[in-house]
Write a protein that binds this ligand. Structure first.
Ligand code: PLP
Length: 381
């Protein structure tokens, strides 16, 4: 949380505009994060994962700093182009695309696509001839607080066939990608995935197909309640793994940071709507209902995977365990219950609380109008 954000929120309160939850994103922090990635992984190109936070100001800043972009849909491609990036800096990184969306991306100038099966390769060959494709492989996501396994990628043994198929259909079989799981707290998790990637490179080279690129994905963490290793440690671990598995023939590499680029740049101010108990027993846990929940920004509390730091005006006072819940009429809209949250006993209805580390995966998960609650108000400063 930066002074700039706190000043902005104080001004909003003074002007009586604090009617609902509000996310404020500080571009200075995004800039620092971009520079941090560029320093920690100096030979790697950064493709910012737009899904984490597609605010036009964030995209324009990153475009001006020289970032490339990982996109998941035609809308995201259009957002990146509107922010001033050229199409050669865009990857269509979703492995699940409609053929007409591939055609639209191609018409917009995009020439880099993710695949994880032959059917997807065939779509690209039909409507985006000659494009570069990289094959996403499954990898072990343990150590990640928000795993991305199973749904995307094929087993490494299948990737050679997928890329060979692409080559046969006139596409540029360009490389391999993986994602070690989001909020990956173990920098060594890239090692096994890079071993698999290097084996695919070798096997295809034997068949006369020379891959060029490894997409190291996202996974770089932001700080929530627990400390996480610094980005430099990720850079060192990745460089060691690349050297170990590729020797002196290290391929071109890219990273796709989302959370690590914008997570700590955002702060949400929310309000305590109600504090209650489910019985008259004094020992009973309190329920603290906020005006923000799973459907207006905090979807990543699903299964309590992401635990955001919550600051209150009563911090420092004695605490007791609380269930923290959102405001909507859906009973799944409970943020923390399995592991109750310690909040000050003197916390009052109407208090403003600050939820840290909320720059990533909040606005994009905020539903329009569920129960009449508006999408998350957002300001980029
Ligand atoms: N790249 C791809 C293909 C993704 O699906 C994601 C997240 O879903 C990211 C990058 C960003 O991951 P993270 O936010 O963990 O950096």
């Amino acid at each position: 949380m930066t002074d700039r954000i706190l000043d902005f929120l104080a001004e909003r309160r003074r002007n009586g505009r604090d009617n609902g939850p509000c996310l404020v994103v500080d571009l200075d922090v995004v800039r620092e994060n971009y520079v941090g990635f560029a320093k920690a992984l100096p030979d790697t190109r950064v493709f910012y994962a737009v899904k984490a936070n597609p605010a036009p100001e964030v995209l324009s800043l990153l475009a001006s700093l020289g970032s490339c972009f990982d996109t998941a849909s035609v809308v995201e491609i259009e957002q990146v182009l509107a922010a001033g990036a050229t199409p050669d800096r865009i990857s269509f990184g979703n492995t699940i695309k409609k053929e007409r969306d591939v055609a639209r991306a191609y018409a917009l100038g995009v020439r880099l696509f993710a695949v994880d099966c032959e059917a997807e390769v065939e779509k690209i060959a039909r409507v985006a001839p000659g494009s570069k494709v990289f094959c996403r492989i499954l990898c072990d996501g343990s150590g990640a607080e928000w795993p991305l396994s199973r749904k995307f990628g094929c087993v490494p043994e299948m990737a050679t066939g997928v890329l060979e198929h692409a080559h046969r259909l006139g596409l540029n079989a360009y490389g391999v990608s993986f994602h070690v799981g989001s909020q990956q707290t173990n920098p060594r998790m890239w090692d096994a995935a890079l071993k698999s990637a290097s084996e695919i490179f070798r096997e295809l080279a034997e068949r006369g197909i020379n891959l060029q690129m490894v997409n190291l994905g996202g996974g770089f963490p932001t700080k929530y309640l627990k400390n996480v290793p610094a980005v430099k440690q990720y850079g060192n671990a990745i460089f060691r793994a690349l050297s170990k598995h590729f020797g002196n023939r290290i391929p071109e590499t890219i990273i796709e940071p989302g959370r690590g680029m914008v997570g700590n740049a955002g702060l949400i101010e929310a309000e305590v709507v109600l504090i209650s108990k489910k019985s008259e027993e004094d020992s009973e846990i309190r329920w603290v209902y906020l005006d923000i929940g799973k459907f207006n920004g905090l979807a990543e509390t699903t299964d309590e995977m992401i635990r955001y730091p919550i600051r209150t005006p009563a911090d420092g006072a004695p605490t007791s365990p609380c269930v923290v819940a959102g405001p909507s009429c859906d009973s799944v809209d409970v943020l923390y219950e399995k592991q109750p949250y310690q909040l000050p006993i003197s916390l009052e209805i109407g208090a403003k609380v600050l939820i840290e580390g909320t720059g990533a995966y909040t606005t994009t998960y905020s539903a329009v109008g569920f129960n009449g609650f508006p999408p998350l108000e957002t300001h980029v400063i």
